[in-house]
Every structure is written in C-alpha cells, then in structure tokens.
Design a protein. Structure first.
Length: 207
C-alpha cells in the first residue's frame, strides 16, 4: 500500500513552522505591517532566513536545505494560516526559477544571498519595477486597440472619446501614458481596504 501521508521530517517542519509563526506573526503584527510603506515585516523575514525557509528548495551546495516543493508548500500553508504579509511566495518563485533555469554564474551570485535573506528585497523591488513597466505597456497597447476602429481620419470621434482633463496623445507624455498611469492606480487596492481585509482575516485566525 502506498503511503500518501507526510514523513516524520515533513511533519516536524510543519509543526515547527506553525509554532514559530504563532509566536512571531500574531494579528497585531499583521495589522501594523499593513500600515507601513513597504508592507514587509523585516524582523519576521530575518527569522525565516535564520530558520532556512528562504532556501527550502535551494541545493545544499548553495547554502539551502535542498528540500522539495512539498516542504515549501507546508511552510506556505502555515504562512497563509496566520495571514503573513510580505513577498515570501514571490521570492520563492524567483528562487526556484534560478535553481531550475539559472546560469552557473546567476546561481553563484544570487542563491547564497537569497538564502541568507540579503537579496530578496532588492530582487522584489526590481520585479515591481518590471511589472509596472509591463502594466503601462499593456495599457498603452489596449488603448491603441480600442482606438483602432475609429481610424486616423475620425479625429472628432477620437477626441470625444478622451476625458477633457487629459491632453491629446503625444503632448507632454501623451494620452496613452497618462491613461496607463490611471489604470495602474485603479488596479491598486487602497491601503484602507487592505488594512480592513487583513483585520478581518486576523480576527478569523485568532478565533
């Protein structure tokens, strides 16, 4: 018979993660972090790096624990249980991508620093910049597609389709860039709404 249960080591990791997060990531911390500028509990991430969680799937040759996706999933489950804030999942996706497809130089440069908790902040900052650039480019592409049926000769329709407060496309940054910025802003959840959602989740965990 095949045993689909967790091994003793996996159960120990799960228990340890639950105990640590129960102490280090209480609802008060979650609420406080939601009010900070970056939304990252630095002390908690330092603790996770000390425990080796930042390098769960990183080979031992690069300072990681050399475990698998299941072990990572167990820790992620416990992080979700306490509504832990911060980019842990995003960092692990980047780390896994480097482990699986990175060059030897990239692995040597980034993996030990990610495992030690030294590089995840700058890595995620670079990803946010890239994501914002892609969002703006996508918004501009969609605007161009929306305006395509009007044709270059239907300037009246094109002009009427724009809000009066915005300049014509191409003037001081262009309509597309301004509209993209508005779309990005609209896509972001307000801090108040985010804090309220975290409060509700924290009360649910505490109950």
């Amino acid at each position: 018979m095949i045993d689909f249960g967790l091994s003793e080591d996996q159960e120990a990791l799960q228990r340890s993660a639950r105990e640590v997060l129960g102490k280090e990531c209480q609802p008060a911390l979650v609420r406080e972090t939601a009010r900070t500028a970056d939304g990252i509990p630095t002390a908690l991430y330092t603790k996770m790096a000390e425990l080796g969680w930042m390098g769960l799937v990183v080979p031992e040759a690069y300072g990681g624990l050399g475990l698998g996706t299941l072990e990572l999933a167990l820790v992620l489950e416990e992080l979700g249980r306490v509504v832990a804030p911060g980019p842990f999942l995003g960092t692990q996706l980047v780390t896994s991508a480097i482990v699986r497809g990175g060059t030897a130089a990239a692995k040597k440069t980034w993996l030990p620093r990610l495992v030690a908790g030294e590089a995840w902040r700058e890595m995620m900052a670079a990803l946010r910049v890239r994501q914002r650039e892609m969002t703006v480019a996508e918004a501009e592409r969609r605007f161009d597609e929306e305006q395509a049926p009007f044709g270059p000769g239907n300037r009246l329709l094109r002009r009427r389709s724009r809000p009066q407060a915005l300049p014509a496309r191409g003037a001081q940054g262009g309509w597309s860039a301004r509209r993209a910025a508005r779309l990005v802003a609209m896509a972001e959840i307000s801090r108040t709404e985010c804090s309220s959602a975290i409060d509700r989740a924290a009360r649910s965990v505490a109950s």
